[in-house]
Each structure stands twice: as structure tokens, then as C-alpha cells.
Design a protein around this ligand. Structure first.
Ligand code: ADP
Length: 571
């Protein structure tokens, strides 16, 4: 859920809670008020009835003392005009006057409970169904005494329906009051909440966001810790600012020691690297820190606690700040000793076999040469000898390539680095290839405007250039054009050979420099080859810190080239 949605939910809970609270208070208040209204109404009605009974007794006493029935009727009519029900009764219970009815139609009231009470106590009241009207009615009666003589009763009454009407009015008022109060409470509450809302919305939003971030961070930290514990790889984490280093269990397993045996630090890490690999590894790491790359890889030997070494493949990822300054580097190391051993064995084997093949091969070649020079040789035999010499040559090339590759891969090749004049070397190689060029009727243009030198092993460089040129000759149908160019670009010398040959399908281009790889169209054209030449070129160019590439449109020719750093001084 988004932070905004969470925030709205919090505030809606708040507003919702406030509204429910006010509604509950309003209902409870109204209910209490209604209950109170009912009791109050009855008490008020009783009070009023008593009040009227006593009031009219004062008014009627003189008339009753004189037995003036007409005056009593007038007073009853006056009471009717005031909506007061009044009944005037003589001491025998006969009705003298009534505000609502003709006295003649009314029966004797002497036994009415309120009259009986008034006769006994001077005052009586009752709630009952009226015998005259059949309605539920409340009565209050007082005796009228003159000169210590009972001269009659005055009774006031009100019906339940009147009472209900008055009560309904009061309930309405109470409800309106409660509703008004609820509205006022709600408005004040909302204003207050709005104020809180404005004041705290920002802070609460921030708090929710922080909570969410914290949860996420904790989850990812847990994941990271589990992953570092679960992996068999050695993981190291280096803070580039504080130089603090931490290692996981896997790292200690690689070092074959307990956690407390070595304290993780940058120096402890370097110290465990094999002395022969240390400088190269440290230099490449320093170069990586100042570069703009995000991934660093290296293979080196790491000393275990017992003193033996493991080969590790170390791959690190760097975190940089906005200005590109390293903040943190996290790396993982894998034990590749088995792979390294297998590679070494393979390379030793290839090297051994190639080496052993070389001597008999040279012997064979020498014998064939002698045989070719034998006088009086039939022409068929000399053709066979020529074919055999060609095959022996190809075999020798293959063996030499295999030997060179295995030496370059294992780093056991003696490399003699010296300044090489690229232009002169190119012209020499093109000259040497002239017999092949002539055989196929190609035209070769050479542009070597740049006479800069590069630091390299001339023999290896010759081999790389020769391989690329012989490919161009081989994969171009007779009568083609080949251009060899030496140019200079940004501190690098570029060497390219462009032909008008069969070219390379796009799908094959990425794999050309792999060992033994040959493209489909080269196989289809039935050209001789081993798929080792370009691999050797890449190994040689890598050896001198350069880069090799290929550009081609199938059927339209190809350009192969490499770039090597130029030497500082001009030749
Ligand atoms: P080989 O030529 O012995 O097969 P390489 O390693 O020299 O081995 O070349 C690998 C493959 O690259 C070749 O088999 C061919 O498919 C392709 N290739 C190399 N050079 C050219 C070129 N100039 N034109 C077309 N294809 C080429």
C-alpha cells in the first residue's frame, strides 16, 4: 500500500472515530433527555393541576359559600377558555359546573378517588380512565371549606392525549437540542482534527514512510544475512570511507580458519594473496577504484591457514556516490582450484603432445624434401610427395598453434617485450605472403602512414598479423582485393585487414575468437582450417593490453583489426 493511502487510512480512522463518538454521545444524550422529559412532564402536569385546583378554589370559595351555581358555571367557562378542564362539585358529590360538559349529563362524582381523598385530606389526586369521557386522565381535587364547613370540591384535570402532545413537543425540543449539540461537537471536533491534520499530517506521513523503509530494510538485511550464510562463496564487504571490512562464514572456510583467527581488514585480505599474484591483484583493484566501471574480476591464489593455496575467482561490485567516489565494495570469491588444475593438466598434456610431435614432424618434412630431390622420380611419385609435404606442413602449423596457445594460456611463454615498428613489420609480412597472394590473383594495398612503435614481442605480433592476413587471402575468392592499414587513434595503434571475401554470418561473429570455432560459410566453402588462428590472435593481443575485433557483412567481405597502446617515443 502506498504511503499516501496509509496516511488517508489513518486520518479516516481518526475522523470516523470522531463521528461515531459524537453520534453515540448524541444518541445517549437524547435518550437520557427523553427519559427525563417523560418523568418531568408527569411531575409538571401534577404540579399544574394542583396549582389550578388551589387557584380556582380561592376564586370559587365566595360563590360556593353563597351557593351561587351561575357564578360557578361562569368560572368553569372561563377555565374552558384557558384550556383548563375544571369540575366544581357540591359536598354531596353533585356536579355544579364543568368546563367541558353539561353538569346535568354528569353522574355523581362523590365516589371519585380524588374527591374521596380531598374529602378526607383536603387534597386528592388520581390517574385513571374517566368515567365521563372514557379517556385516560389525571386529576387533582381540593376541598373548599368556608367557616369550617365543607362547601364543595374544585377539581382540575388533564387528559393523557394532552399530556402526550406536550411531551412530544418537549421530546422534539430535546432531540433538536441533542442534535444541535452533536452538530456543534462535530464541527468543533472536525476543526480540531483539521488543525491536527494540518499540523501532524506531514510528520505522520514521514513516520509511516520511515516505518515502511525500516521494514523493507530489515527484510532485505535478513535476506542478505541468510544468503551470505547459505552461500559457499566467500563474501567480503569493504567500506571505502572507513576502510572497515567484513567477511562471511564462506570467506573463513576458504581461508580454512575459525572466525577469531583472523580479524577482517583490507591488509589481511591482501596479505593472504600469493606473493606472485599480489602486485597484479592490488594494481588492478586500485585501477578499478579510480575507473568508472562497476564490476571488478580477478583470479589469484589465496593462502589457507595451513600454508597451502587455493585459486579463487573474485568478483566485486562497487557502489559510488554522485561524484563517482567509491563508497562500498562487495565481492564474492569462489574456489576455482579444481578448474585451474584441470586447465593446467589439459594445457600440460597439449603442450607435451605437441612438443613430442614436433620432432618426428620435422624429420618427416626433411625426409620428404630429400625424397622430392631424388633424381629420376616418376611424376606421379613427385605429386604424391608434394601432397604429403603439404599435409606435413599443415600438421606442423596445427602443432605449433596448439603449443603456442597452451603456452600463452598457462602464462609459460617467454615473452620478449621491445619497441616494434608496426609499419615496417606490416610491409615485411605482406611481402612474405606474396607467393600466396599471387597464387590467388589478389591485389593487396598497404597503408602504413603511421610509423609509431608499440611495446610488444615482435615474434608474437608477426604471428597475429600473419594469421589475419592469411585468413583474408584464404577466405577471399581469387582475384579479390585486400587492404592492410596501420593508423593511429587516441594513443592506440590500429592494425586492420579488409578483404572482399565471403564474409561472416552475423550469428557467427560473436564466437569467431573461440578455440576451434569455424563459421558455417567457411565450412561450406570447403576451406582448410583448424579454428585456432583467431583464438591465438586474441591471446597475443590480450598479452599486450590491446583489443581485437571483426566487422563483416556476409558475402561482402570482412575487416579484422586490433589496437595496441602506442609507445611514448616516436621512432
Ligand atoms: P581457420 O581459418 O583455421 O578456420 P581461424 O581461427 O583463423 O581458423 O578462423 C576462424 C573462423 O573465422 C574461420 O573458420 C572462418 O569461418 C572465419 N574467418 C576468419 N577470417 C575470415 C575472413 N577474413 N573472412 C571470412 N571468414 C573468416
Amino acid at each position: 500500500m502506498s504511503g499516501h493511502a496509509k496516511l488517508s487510512r489513518v486520518f479516516w480512522r481518526f475522523y470516523g472515530g470522531l463521528i461515531v463518538l459524537v453520534a453515540v454521545l448524541a444518541v445517549a444524550g437524547a435518550w437520557a433527555a427523553i427519559r427525563d422529559v417523560h418523568g418531568q412532564e408527569i411531575a409538571d402536569a401534577e404540579g399544574d393541576l394542583r396549582h389550578f385546583a388551589y387557584l380556582f378554589r380561592e376564586i370559587l370559595e365566595p360563590a360556593l359559600a353563597k351557593g351561587d351555581a351561575a357564578e360557578a358555571s361562569r368560572v368553569a367557562a372561563f377555565a374552558a377558555a384557558q384550556d383548563i378542564r375544571l369540575t366544581i362539585v357540591d359536598p354531596q358529590g353533585r356536579v355544579l359546573a364543568d368546563s367541558d360538559a353539561d353538569p346535568a349529563s354528569l353522574d355523581n362524582h362523590g365516589q371519585r378517588p380524588e374527591i374521596l381523598d380531598a374529602r378526607r385530606n383536603g387534597f386528592g389526586q388520581s390517574h385513571r380512565t374517566s368515567k365521563s369521557t372514557g379517556e385516560k386522565t389525571m386529576y387533582a381535587a381540593v376541598s373548599v371549606v368556608h367557616d369550617r364547613r365543607l362547601i364543595g370540591f374544585v377539581r382540575s384535570a388533564t387528559t393523557q392525549s394532552d399530556l402526550d402532545k406536550r411531551e412530544a413537543g418537549r421530546v422534539r425540543q430535546a432531540m433538536l437540542g441533542a442534535g444541535g449539540l452533536a452538530c456543534a461537537a462535530l464541527i468543533v471536533g472536525l476543526m480540531f482534527t483539521g488543525h491536527l491534520d494540518r499540523q501532524f499530517r506531514g510528520e505522520i506521513a514521514l513516520m509511516l514512510e520511515r516505518n515502511a523503509l525500516y521494514d523493507e530494510l530489515r527484510a532485505s538485511q535478513e535476506r542478505f544475512q541468510l544468503a551470505t550464510r547459505a552461500t559457499s562463496e566467500g563474501i567480503w564487504d569493504w567500506d571505502a570511507k572507513t576502510h572497515a571490512m567484513s567477511w562471511n562464514e564462506g570467506y573463513y572456510r576458504l581461508l580454512a580458519c575459525e572466525r577469531d583467527a583472523v580479524a577482517p581488514s583490507f591488509d589481511a585480505r591482501i596479505d593472504r594473496v600469493h606473493p606472485d599474484d599480489r602486485q597484479t591483484m592490488a594494481d588492478s583493484f586500485d585501477e578499478f577504484l579510480t575507473s568508472d566501471r562497476s564490476v571488478w574480476t580477478a583470479e589469484y591464489r589465496l593462502r589457507k591457514s595451513g600454508g597451502s593455496y587455493v585459486w579463487v575467482f573474485d568478483r566485486a561490485f562497487i557502489v559510488r556516490d554522485d561524484r563517482g567516489t567509491p563508497v562500498r565494495v562487495i565481492g564474492s570469491m569462489m574456489d576455482v582450484t579444481d578448474r585451474k588444475q584441470a586447465e593446467r593438466m589439459k594445457s600440460d598434456f597439449v603442450s607435451f603432445v605437441s612438443h613430442q610431435l614436433r620432432t618426428p614432424l620435422s624429420g618427416m618434412n626433411w625426409m620428404l624434401e630429400l625424397a622430392a630431390q631424388s633424381p629420376g622420380l616418376p611424376s606421379a611419385a613427385s605429386d604424391h610427395i608434394a601432397d604429403a609435404r603439404e599435409s606435413a606442413d599443415r600438421l606442423a602449423t596445427l602443432v605449433n598453434d596448439l603449443l603456442d596457445i597452451s603456452r600463452l594460456e598457462s602464462g609459460r611463454l617467454q615473452v620478449v617485450i621491445a619497441p616494434v615498428k608496426v609499419g615496417a613489420l606490416t610491409r615485411a609480412i605482406v611481402d612474405e605472403a606474396q607467393p600466396l597472394v599471387r597464387d590467388k590473383g589478389h591485389r593487396v594495398d598497404v597503408t602504413t602512414a603511421d610509423e609509431r612503435t608499440i611495446e610488444a614481442d615482435e615474434q608474437l605480433l608477426r604471428q597475429a598479423m600473419g594469421n589475419l592476413l592469411s585468413n583474408a587471402i584464404k577466405y577471399t575468392p581469387s582475384g579479390g582485393t585486400i587492404r592492410v592499414a596501420v593508423t593511429q587513434d587516441n594513443g592506440f595503434v590500429q592494425w586492420t585487414v579488409t578483404d572482399s571475401g565471403i564474409g561472416i554470418p552475423k550469428t557467427s561473429q560473436a564466437r569467431l575468437f573461440e578455440k576451434f570455432y569455424r563459421a558455417e560459410n567457411a565450412l561450406a566453402a570447403e576451406t582448410e582450417g583448424t579454428g585456432l588462428g583467431l583464438h591465438l590472435v586474441r591471446l597475443i593481443v590480450d598479452q599486450f593490453g590491446g583489443q581485437v575485433w571483426c566487422e563483416s557483412d556476409e558475402g561482402k567481405g570482412a575487416t579484422f583489426g586490433f589496437a595496441l597502446p602506442a609507445s611514448e617515443a616516436r621512432s
